[in-house]
Design a protein around this ligand. Structure first.
Ligand code: FES
Length: 88
């Protein structure tokens, strides 16, 4: 990963996908394509992962190596904004 580029990994295993990561993936794509203010994350590397083995705590999203559990779309928006503010 290049310097300054952030990573967002979305678990696309069946449990996480059906419990919210399908919506989370759409949300991130929409935020990036609409140019919404998500700071450093507007150029993030987005990828999907296979099951992370944490299904009971899903949906799982990993941002810059930190695992976040129970990530709803509202939680995801807050996480991206807060993490961007902390790094600014
Ligand atoms: S499907 Fe995401 S942790 Fe298992």
């Amino acid at each position: 990963m290049a310097d300054g580029v952030c990573s967002i990994q979305i678990c696309m295993g069946s449990s996480c996908f059906s419990r919210g990561n399908g919506l989370n993936a759409e949300l991130i794509q929409r935020m990036m394509s609409d140019g919404e203010n998500i700071g450093k994350f507007s150029s993030a590397e987005i990828s999907g992962t296979l099951c992370e083995g944490l299904c009971k705590d899903g949906p799982i999203v990993i941002i810059d190596g930190t695992v976040y559990r129970h990530v709803t779309p509202i939680v995801l928006q807050d996480l991206l904004k807060k993490r961007d503010e902390v790094s600014a």
